[in-house]
Design a protein around this ligand. Sequence first.
Ligand code: UFG
Length: 335
Amino acid sequence: MKKILVTGGLGFIGSHVVVELQNKGFNVVIIDNLSNSRIEVLENITSITGIKPDFYQIDLRAKVDVQNFFQDNSIDGIIHFAAFKAVGESVEKPLEYYENNIGSLVYLLQEISDRKISNFIFSSSCTVYGQAEDLPITERAQIKQPESPYGNTKKIGEEIIKDACGAYDINAIALRYFNPIGAHDSVKIGELPLGVPQNLIPYITQTAIGIREQLSVFGDDYPTADGTAIRDYIHVVDLAKAHVLALQRLLDKKNNQNFEVFNVGTGKGSSVMEVINTFERVSGKPLNYKIVERRQGDITAAYADTTSANEILGWKSEKTLEEALLSSWKWQQKQ
Ligand code: UFG
């Protein structure tokens, strides 16, 4: 049984990936420092799959702890999520973002190159494309100067991994996510935003349940059909399955290059107003919202060309926006 390390495995996307890995028979060990996650998630994963993953509360910047971990555990592959992820916060605390997101990535890569662990999956983002010239966005689209230090840590992270793959015997895949939303069907794991959510879907569900008074729609003067910005909202369980296929590709040594990238999205763009209307329909709850100014740094439209993920990874998103929003709503109601 292959033993897979999932860093940040108690977070939103990480926890869903742990479940899918366990469903496919992998032995999973989690490293998480609990800085933006809760220990209860470990019990919730266990209650979904019936298998308790091994868990180490380690901060990946603590080099000695990381070394000790790898001394004690023989690892076949790594899926690396552990990182700070708030765009706005990263503008205020850029050095913390660089230290945490880049520092921990470098330590991890040093460990795996020393120990000849080859298989590495990186959690990247469509933010590396900025506002792409052409839609849908392929992996060949130009990489832009990121709008935020957070986005820059994803861009630099990919570059560091690529260089490391070239120099050492490492094979890696970066998955560039579009907008992950939704929650597990069991309603036992989902997104747990700290404080006021920055992202659209948790803000919508918190408004619908009465935690927030009103949703601000950031701009209705974009050059889109209804004037609101367009994104590609991908169900987190679909996204999680893409990680398992990417990992399997590396374990089977089917990769064509030592560093590959894949977009992971649905391929379908939805405007903010379409998301609001769909949410109201599936939840039966009218949403209190108002149109305000554009949010600084936001782009007009991004949605994925998923041909590579479809044809090379053999992955396709299965869940609709309706299903994703309904699962987010059920998750919110359960909190
Ligand atoms: N939006 C609102 N009101 C809100 C929150 C969001 O109108 O309260 C709008 C945004 O303006 C945007 C859309 O909803 O048009 C989606 O916004 P999110 O914040 O949910 O997602 P973003 O596309 O801005 O950000 C996501 C990820 C980031 C990543 C970025 C890359 O959350 O991690 O994509 O483009 F960096």
